[in-house]
Design a protein around this ligand. Structure first.
Ligand SMILES: [Zn+2]
Length: 77
């Protein structure tokens, strides 16, 4: 897999993903597996994880603003 922005090499890492809920509240998912471009730093969340984040985000509607959710880091590769 290559970076869609610059064609650079992607490396597997993990980091924080910040999402904004429809009501404007911020939700931070920590330890999400990411593919990061070595050249431009663009970050890509895998399709599987963007689905999981979507599910969590819908549940997050019941949480207060600025609540932080921690998703477990799973081994990739
Ligand atoms: Zn790039």
């Amino acid at each position: 897999m290559r970076c869609f922005e610059c064609g650079g090499e992607l490396i597997r890492t993990a980091g924080d993903v910040r999402m904004t809920k429809p009501d404007g509240g911020l939700v931070i998912f920590t330890g999400v597996p990411l593919n990061e471009c070595r050249q431009c730093g663009e970050q890509y969340v895998s399709g599987e994880w963007s689905e999981k984040i979507g599910h969590l985000l819908r549940r997050a509607d019941q949480l207060s603003a600025k609540e932080t959710l921690t998703v477990p880091v799973i081994a990739v590769g």
